[in-house]
Design a protein around this ligand. Structure first.
Ligand SMILES: O=C(O)CCC(=O)C(=O)O
Ligand SMILES: [Fe+2]
Length: 314
């Protein structure tokens, strides 16, 4: 097995329940991780029902394709619902299917009679993920002296995206063709991402963009968190949004087992201007200011093979 990526594991309950000194210490550890490899594992993160949500993801993806297509994502701006294998890829071929859940509107969600417990449990889980994400962003705000509520103030109206992903069981030689992967190399485009993964493995990160991808191995009871493009821009490159991909896990045999993961992508409000924050005398802004809402829609459309001007064309 290749050497794993060097990603710190931080116990997060010292931030939530600790005193001021504990909170400052955790904030610094988180900031150090984000400004070096761009990733961190959090243990004691306070998000419950993780196993239940993995179970519900399996129940949903086990439904026949025709049924799942009733909830097919059709609008990049709403960005909610089911994405079939082949609908999303950007410059390569992914082998995955997904379901997106939001906090304000879920028009394309199975009802409680169609999939018992699905919506209610996802709503609950979503709330816990959002709380954790905002606490993680608070760490950055503290470490950068932006004021503790900096990120709360720019995420009040935003509708972050909880995603369930299923990478189906597949022949190894399909995934290992040139240009194919379970998910091709990319950076995430929001502020930051929480990522729960099952025990199968295959996630790899390239923290320094040298092409040297290393496994971000599953660690029981933790959530992985990575910086995404808008935070890299906002922090003028201090926090690093880094390449990652999902490839074959290290298992023997020609048929790869299926894999499930649950990312939660946090975005700022659509009307926020992401203008790099400079902290030092003479520091030059490395990025142009951009509007967060336009950035999100542009990136979502770009990632889909089927979405053109907000509609499914297939
Ligand atoms: O499935 C994973 O582990 C990674 C998913 C991912 O990188 C993404 O959805 O952006
Ligand atoms: Fe990603």
């Amino acid at each position: 097995m290749p050497e794993a990526a060097n990603i710190a594991v931080i116990s997060f309950d010292r931030f939530v329940y600790g005193n001021d000194a504990d909170r400052q210490a955790v904030a610094k550890e988180v900031y150090d991780a984000f400004s070096s490899v761009g990733w961190v594992y959090l243990s004691d993160h306070g998000v419950s029902r993780v196993d239940e949500v993995f179970g519900l993801a399996k129940s949903f993806f086990d439904l026949p394709l025709q049924e799942k297509l009733r909830w097919r994502l059709t609008d990049a701006e709403v960005n909610q619902g089911y994405t079939a294998d082949g609908d999303e890829a950007n410059g390569g071929v992914d082998h995955k299917e997904c379901y997106e859940h939001r906090r304000f509107a879920n028009p394309l969600c199975p009802s409680s009679s169609e999939l018992p417990g699905f919506k209610d449990t996802l709503d609950d889980f979503y709330g816990e993920c959002l709380t954790l994400a905002l606490n993680v962003l608070k760490c950055l705000a503290m470490a950068m002296d932006l004021g503790e509520t900096f990120f709360d103030n720019i995420t009040k109206k935003a509708d972050p995206q909880l995603r369930l992903i299923h990478y189906p069981s597949i022949e190894r030689n399909i995934i290992e063709q040139e240009g194919h992967a379970r998910i091709i190399p990319h950076t995430d485009f929001g502020l930051c991402t929480l990522l729960f993964q099952d025990n199968v493995g295959g996630l790899e990160v390239d923290p320094f963009h040298t092409g040297d991808f290393k496994p971000a191995v599953p660690k029981q009871g933790t959530v992985l968190i990575n910086i995404a493009d808008l935070l890299q821009r906002l922090t003028n490159g201090r926090c690093r949004s880094t390449m990652h991909r999902v490839v074959s896990p290290t298992v023997a045999g020609d048929i790869l087992p299926s894999r499930y993961s649950i990312p939660f992508f946090i975005h700022p409000d659509a009307d926020v201007l992401i203008d790099p924050i400079v902290k030092e005398e003479g520091e030059v802004k490395k990025y142009e200011p951009i509007n967060a809402g336009e950035w999100r829609i542009w990136n979502t459309k770009r990632n889909y093979t089927t979405l053109k001007e907000g509609t499914v064309t297939a």
